[in-house]
Design a protein around this ligand. Structure first.
Ligand SMILES: Nc1ncnc2c1ncn2[C@@H]1O[C@H](COP(=O)(O)OP(=O)(O)O)[C@@H](O)[C@H]1O
Ligand SMILES: O=C(CO)[C@@H](O)[C@@H](O)COP(=O)(O)O
Length: 543
C-alpha cells in the first residue's frame, strides 16, 4: 500500500490528511488550530489599525510538529509506505524571515512590531499602496494588467512589500526572505529557498516568460527592485514538480521517512480543484470557507475584467487557471453568530448545536424574499469584480420586525448575488459555465446556503463530500512529487473525492431572486461604481 500526506493551511487552522494514493481513502486526519489565531485590533495589548490582519508563523510550524505525529499515530501505517507530502496555503499570506528562515516576529526585539508578523491574505494595511500601483500600472505601457482583471488588490504580495518599505526600514533591513507562507513551509522542510509558480503568478507581478516586472517596480519605489531581487527571488518550482526532499532534521522532528519528496506549494483554493477533480474548462469551482474563491480553467488566456488573475500551469500544467473571489463569506456569517441574543446561545447550548446551525434552521422557516432585505456582502471590501478593499457592507429593507436570522439569510443571499456578478463577468469575457462545483469547509455544513446558491445562480450545484478538498489536492501533488503517480491527472483519477449531492434550483425561488438580484445590481453599481466615495468617507471618518 502507498500513501501521501496533504497539509492544508486555512485561515484558522492547519489540516493534515494521510491518504491511500490508489483509492483516495483517508487513513487519518489531524486538525491544529493556530494558537494566536488572526491578530487584529491589537498586538500584545498595543492597538493596531483595523485594516491589519496578522498571524504568527510559529503557529504554522506547530501544525507540522503537533499534527504530523498525531496523524501518523492515528494512521498506524508503515511510514516507509509514504511516497510524498504536499502543502497548500492561503495566499497572499506573507512571512518575513531571517537568513535561517526564522520569522522576525519570534525575535525579542521585534515581538511587538506588527510589521515583523505574517501579513495574512485578508490584511488590508496596504490599500494606499495598491491604489498607487493601480494608477501607475494603468499608465504603464504593457498588457499584463488585463491578466490581473485590470485591478491591483491590497491582498497581493507587492502592495504588502511596499507597505513594509514605507512603514518599517528596520524590519526590512533585518529581513532576508519575504515569502509566501506556503513557500516558507516547503523551504523549511527541504532547507532551501524555493518559490512556487502558483502564488508567484497570481499574487506577484510575474509570469514565467518575463519574470518579475522590474520596469514597473522601478516606477513604484527606488528600493523596490532591489528588495525583490534580494528577498523575493528563489529557485522556481512549478505545480506538479518536486521541490526537494525532507532534511534529516525535519524527518527526525516529524517522524517521517528521511529524504521524503516534498511538492511545490499550491494556493489552498487552487488545490481544491485537484481534490474535487473539477479540472475541465466550463466548470466553475467555488471554494467556500472564510472567503470564497471562484476558479476556472481554460486553454487560452483571456483578459477578464474584475477577476483576480489568470496564470498558466498554476493548477494543471498546460492550462490557464483563473481566480476571482469574495473576501468575507464564512467570516460574514461568523460576524452574525457573534451578535445573536443570549436566548439563541442558550437554545444552541441546550440542543448541543452550533449557532450557525440554529441560525440556518430559523432562516429556513422563511421563503425566498420574505425577509424583505437585500444586502451588500462587502464587510471586508470587495475583491471581485470591483477590487476595492475600502468598500463596506450594507443592508436595506430592515424594519422593527427584522430578526438576526433574517440578516443571516440576507448575507447568505448577498454572497450568492456577489457570486452571480463574478459568474456573469466570466461569461461576458468568453468563459462558458456549464457546471458549478462547491467545496471547502462550508458547503457540507449549510444546506440552506447551497439551496440559495442554486436558486440565485439558477444552476445545479455539485457539492463535494469532503470538507478537505484542498488537503486532498495537496496529497495528490505529494503523490506526484514522490512518483506515486506519473501525472496530476493520474493522481486525480485515483484520489479525487466523491460528490455528496447535487442541489437543484427551485423554480419559484429563481423568479423571486431574479427580482432581488436586479435590486442588488443597482446597489452594487451605485455604491461600488457611481459613489464609492460614500463608503470611503465612512472608513476615513472612522479611523
Ligand atoms: N454551518 C455553517 N454555516 C455557515 N458558515 C459556517 C458554518 N460553519 C462554519 N462556518 C464558517 O466557515 C468558515 C471556516 O471555513 P473553513 O473552510 O473550515 O476554514 P478556512 O477558511 O480556514 O479554510 C468560518 O468563517 C466559519 O464562520
Ligand atoms: O485568496 C485566496 C486564494 O487566492 C485564499 O487563500 C483566501 O481567500 C483565503 O481562503 P480561505 O477562505 O481561508 O480558504
Amino acid at each position: 500500500m502507498k500513501y501521501a500526506i496533504g497539509i492544508d493551511y486555512g485561515t484558522g487552522s492547519g489540516r493534515i490528511i494521510i491518504v491511500n494514493i490508489y483509492t483516495g481513502e483517508v487513513i487519518s486526519i489531524s486538525v491544529v488550530k493556530y494558537k494566536s489565531g488572526t491578530i487584529q485590533s491589537s498586538l500584545n495589548n498595543q492597538p493596531i489599525p483595523n485594516t491589519y490582519a496578522l498571524q504568527d508563523a510559529t503557529d504554522y510550524m506547530d501544525v507540522l510538529i503537533e499534527g504530523i505525529p498525531s496523524a501518523l499515530k492515528q494512521a498506524n501505517i508503515n511510514k516507509e509506505d509514504i511516497v510524498g507530502v504536499g502543502i497548500d496555503f492561503t495566499s497572499s499570506t506573507v512571512v518575513i524571515a531571517d537568513e535561517q528562515l526564522q520569522p522576525l516576529s519570534s525575535k525579542e526585539n521585534f515581538k511587538n512590531n506588527p510589521h515583523a508578523y505574517v501579513k495574512l491574505w485578508k490584511h488590508h494595511g496596504a490599500s494606499k499602496e495598491a491604489e498607487e500601483m493601480y494608477d501607475i500600472a494603468k499608465g504603464h505601457n504593457h498588457n499584463w494588467l488585463g491578466n490581473y482583471g485590470y485591478n491591483v488588490s491590497s491582498e497581493w504580495m507587492i502592495p504588502k512589500v511596499l507597505e513594509l518599505i514605507h512603514q518599517d526600514s528596520e524590519v526590512l533591513h533585518e529581513t532576508a526572505y519575504i515569502m509566501e507562507a506556503g513557500d516558507w513551509i516547503v523551504s523549511n522542510l527541504i532547507d532551501e529557498n524555493v518559490r512556487s509558480n502558483c502564488a508567484r503568478g497570481f499574487k506577484t507581478f510575474w509570469n514565467e516568460e518575463d519574470g518579475f516586472f522590474y520596469d514597473y517596480y522601478e516606477k513604484l519605489h527606488p528600493n523596490l527592485p532591489n528588495v525583490i531581487k534580494e528577498k523575493l527571488e528563489g529557485r522556481l518550482v512549478k505545480i506538479g514538480e518536486q521541490a526537494g526532499t525532507l532534511t534529516p532534521k525535519m524527518s527526525q522532528m516529524l517522524g517521517l521517512p528521511k529524504g521524503l519528496p516534498v511538492a511545490s506549494a499550491i494556493i489552498d483554493a487552487h488545490s481544491a480543484l485537484l481534490g474535487v477533480g473539477s479540472i475541465q474548462k466550463n466548470q466553475l469551482t467555488m471554494v467556500m470557507g472564510t472567503s470564497t474563491c471562484h476558479l476556472m480553467l481554460h486553454e487560452e488566456q483571456k483578459q477578464i475584467h474584475g477577476i483576480s488573475g489568470s496564470v498558466k500551469d498554476a493548477i494543471v500544467p498546460g492550462l490557464y487557471a483563473y481566480e476571482a473571489g469574495q473576501s468575507a463569506v464564512g467570516d460574514l456569517f461568523e460576524h452574525v453568530v457573534h451578535q445573536v441574543p443570549e436566548s439563541y446561545e442558550k437554545e444552541a447550548r441546550e440542543r448541543n448545536i452550533c449557532i450557525h446551525t440554529l441560525l440556518e434552521e430559523k432562516a429556513a422557516t422563511k421563503r425566498a424574499g420574505e425577509t424583505g432585505l437585500v444586502a451588500l456582502d462587502w464587510h471586508n471590501g470587495n475583491r471581485s469584480i470591483l477590487s476595492n478593499s475600502n468598500l463596506r457592507g450594507l443592508v436595506i429593507g430592515q424594519t422593527l420586525h427584522t430578526k438576526v436570522e433574517d440578516i443571516y439569510r440576507a448575507y447568505m443571499e448577498a454572497t450568492a448575488f456577489g457570486t452571480k456578478m463574478i459568474a456573469e463577468s466570466y461569461k461576458d469575457w468568453g468563459m462558458q459555465i456549464e457546471e458549478i462545483y462547491a467545496c471547502g469547509g462550508l458547503p457540507q455544513k449549510n444546506a440552506l446556503l447551497m439551496q440559495i446558491y442554486a436558486d440565485i445562480l439558477n444552476k445545479p450545484i455539485h457539492v463535494s463530500a469532503t470538507d478537505y478538498a484542498p488537503a486532498f489536492g495537496a496529497a495528490i501533488l505529494g503523490a506526484v512529487a514522490g512518483k506515486g503517480h506519473e501525472t496530476i491527472e493520474d493522481g486525480i483519477k485515483h484520489m479525487k473525492q466523491a460528490l455528496l449531492k447535487t442541489v437543484y434550483p427551485i423554480e419559484k425561488n429563481v423568479a423571486i431572486y431574479q427580482k432581488l438580484f436586479e435590486i442588488y445590481k443597482e446597489l452594487h453599481d451605485f455604491y461600488g461604481k457611481t459613489r464609492p466615495d460614500f463608503m470611503q468617507q465612512l472608513k476615513e471618518i472612522s479611523e
